[in-house]
Design a protein around this ligand. Structure first.
Ligand code: 173
Length: 324
């Protein structure tokens, strides 16, 4: 087992996962699967600030940090087992426990609609059963993924290229002929530097956080899917909280989810511009090529979800995909 994970486990054994400082105030242990103070942790860090401000004397979050404390692909297990109480993580990082969670990337409707059309309730049951978890809020949405390359392509074909992936990209990149290798975000820079990969999948924002722009020559447009990162709560912890404690979390969560679409409209534009300024060239797949690329992304994405979870996958498609 990973040394750092052992330290977290040991600490949690001593402290107890959820400990009560006074009769009223509870402190939850929080972890993020992305590096601290980087793009995909920031929404969670804002959420923690709000909880710790609004929740004085009621509920607090002790922020343990990111991948230095626990490998990203372990976060789902840690949440399920109650080693941590609250986690910032994307579905692709815990497909070992719940392959359906990777379907969040395929939503073509706003979260408000998915909450009202029954999709959220359907997923909530799966979270309970498979992860002993509660999906409190999705704070990343409206944020497309892209292919980033060190070598150019001229058509929607990735044959001969070796790309860094997570489960988000696997079926799509393979459908376009790529060879794939899965790594945590923390290993992307070294993989590029050593020439182990010819590129990687990542959303439109955040490539500057870990210096990948230095090794990136091309971005392929259009983007595809929409990134999801959510705040999850261990269900046993949740069930032990009072209504007042839950309300502090619910309120901060609702704010994070409601803010996401507008935040990303702005951040997407900012990083698109910054990439161009950093000399990253855009390879634009237009017309029929662009359509083929887009359609293949969704076709391969849904086929992958349905292959791993035939019953739930088909149902999720009804809730998440664009109404025809
Ligand atoms: O590429 C990744 O590591 C990944 O799957 C992801 C998911 C959501 C946001 C950012 C990255």
């Amino acid at each position: 087992m990973h040394n750092r994970l052992l330290i977290v486990l040991a600490a949690s054994f001593v402290a107890g996962s959820t400990h009560t400082a006074s009769a009223q105030e509870v402190t939850l242990k929080g972890i993020t699967s992305f590096a601290e103070n980087t793009f995909y942790s920031r929404g969670f860090e804002r959420f923690i600030e709000k909880v710790n401000a609004d929740g004085k004397g009621v509920i607090q979050i002790n922020y343990i940090g990111g991948p230095k404390a626990m490998p990203p692909f372990e976060v789902g297990n840690a949440l399920k087992g109650g080693v941590v109480d609250i986690a910032n993580v994307t579905g692709a990082f815990y497909t070992n426990l719940m392959p359906e969670a990777d379907a969040w990337k395929l939503t073509e409707r706003p979260m408000s609609e998915i909450r009202s059309n029954g999709g959220y309730a359907y997923m909530a049951k799966l979270y309970e059963q498979k992860l002993n978890g509660i999906l409190l809020a999705r704070h990343i949405d409206n944020n497309p993924f892209h292919v980033y390359l060190t070598k150019p392509i001229s058509k929607p074909d990735l044959t001969g290229l070796k790309l860094r992936i997570t489960p988000v990209y696997r079926d799509f990149f393979q459908a376009l002929g790529a060879t794939v290798v899965q790594t945590a975000p923390g290993e992307v820079y070294t993989a590029l530097e050593r020439g182990v990969v010819d590129g990687y999948g990542w959303p439109i924002t955040g490539i500057f956080d870990l210096g990948w722009h230095e090794k990136t020559k091309y971005r392929v447009d259009p983007g595809f899917y929409t990134a999801e990162v959510s705040i999850l709560v261990n269900k046993s912890t949740w069930d032990r909280l009072t209504d007042a404690q839950r309300d502090v979390l619910r309120k901060a969560g609702a704010q994070a989810e409601a803010d996401a679409v507008a935040i990303f409209a702005e951040e997407n534009a900012k990083d698109t511009k910054r990439q161009a300024e950093a000399g990253i060239q855009t390879i634009k797949l237009e017309g029929a090529a662009g359509k083929l690329y887009h359609d293949k992304a969704y076709e391969a994405g849904w086929a992958g979800i349905i292959r791993q979870s035939p019953q739930h996958g088909a149902k999720l498609k009804e809730f998440f995909a664009k109404a025809n």
